[in-house]
Design a binder for this molecule. Structure first.
Ligand SMILES: Cc1ncc(C[n+]2csc(CCOP(=O)(O)OP(=O)(O)O)c2C)c(N)n1
Ligand SMILES: [Mg+2]
Length: 322
């Protein structure tokens, strides 16, 4: 087992993600956040464990279910929450919203709304690393729904052909919107598709962040040392609907409750208890998380909206022109 400082840091990260999203859901219901909001609740151990296997300047690219991954990659809760609120202090100046968590400083390359379209972009980032010999690895997350789409094939095919330093991580949460896996894909092990590209691939469960870190770590080492890409499938589950507008009628409450018995946050907490953390120490972690969440909400609420003058530079000069 990892040393207790690492366990605490990663457990705290998962709790922070969970609590930020619960508060984001509340703000959404109050009409303070608009547009889409896809929650990562239930899947936290995947993003946190996977990113713990990276170096800080490695790249991460993901889908619209991106808040947790952005926080794990180092984005500040303030920048994330302000973006959800559409405020100018947000990571994309309040112009992107929930699906566009970008953070150049932390090498977080989004946040993408079109299913599978970011997979070739991630291969492009890995191509740049190989070309520049910078020894960085790219981690590309996507859902089970993306595994049947064009961008999946293009991106993985090129990464395999050119031996790019990239790890493709399919977060299989059993549903694409309201459609179960059995109605969208003809195989029950998505990682087997790796064989079609001549790269390694394997499947594992994603509730235990240490297990995720260890599995992704093997693939990251392969990518960094031998520039061998891989396709990993992490079995996981989302507790909330696809997005805030989804009441989730396509699955039974019993099914959801069954999965909640393997809550990654509870598993993480148990690890700390085993490592000797008492109630007071756990309460201290929870309180510091609450303070950080409250600070992020206050910051987002008090921040100004983007001015109209941002329209021209962000349309014609690129989003980060002044
Ligand atoms: C090309 C494309 N087609 C359809 C959509 C609409 N859409 C948004 S999310 C989604 C389901 C994707 O499911 P999955 O890849 O399993 O990811 P999850 O939401 O489960 O994380 C669909 C079909 C889209 N965004 N892009
Ligand atoms: Mg899915």
């Amino acid at each position: 087992m990892a040393d207790s400082n690492v366990l605490e840091r990663l457990y705290r990260q998962m709790l922070l993600i969970r609590r930020l999203e619960e508060e984001a859901a509340r703000a959404y219901a109050q009409g303070k956040i608009g547009g889409f909001l896809h929650l990562y609740i239930g899947q936290e151990a995947v993003g946190v464990g996977a990113i713990a296997a990276l170096q800080p300047d490695d790249y991460v690219v993901t889908t619209y279910r991106d808040h947790g991954i952005a926080i794990a990659k180092g984005m500040s809760p303030r920048a994330m929450m302000a973006e959800l609120y559409g405020k100018v202090t947000g990571c994309s100046k309040g112009l992107g919203g929930s699906m566009h968590m970008f953070d150049a400083e932390h090498h977080m390359l989004g946040g993408h709304g079109i299913i599978g379209a970011h997979i070739p972009l991630a291969a492009g980032a890995a191509f740049a690393s190989k070309y520049r010999k910078d020894k960085r690895v790219t981690l590309c997350f996507f859902g089970d729904g993306a595994a049947s789409i064009q961008g999946f094939h293009e991106g993985i095919s090129l990464a395999a052909l050119w031996k790019l330093p990239i790890v493709f991580v399919c977060e299989n949460n059993e549903y694409s919107m309201g459609t179960p896996l059995s109605r969208t894909i003809s195989v029950d092990d998505i990682s087997k598709k790796a064989a079609g590209y001549g790269i390694p691939g394997w499947q594992f469960r994603g509730e235990d962040f240490e297990e995720v870190q260890a599995q992704i770590g093997k693939a990251v080492a392969q990518a960094r040392e031998t520039s061998m890409p891989s396709l990993l499938e992490v079995r996981t589950y989302r507790y909330r609907g696809h997005s805030m507008s989804d009441p989730g009628k396509y699955r039974t409450p019993e099914e959801v409750e069954e999965h909640k018995k393997k809550d990654p946050i509870a598993i993480g907490k148990q690890k700390l208890v085993t490592a000797g953390y008492d109630e007071a120490k756990l309460k201290g972690i929870a309180e510091s998380v609450e303070a950080e969440v409250a600070d992020a909400i206050r910051f987002a609420e008090e921040s100004p909206e983007p001015e109209l003058s941002l329209l021209e530079p962000t349309t014609y000069d690129g989003p980060f022109a002044s």
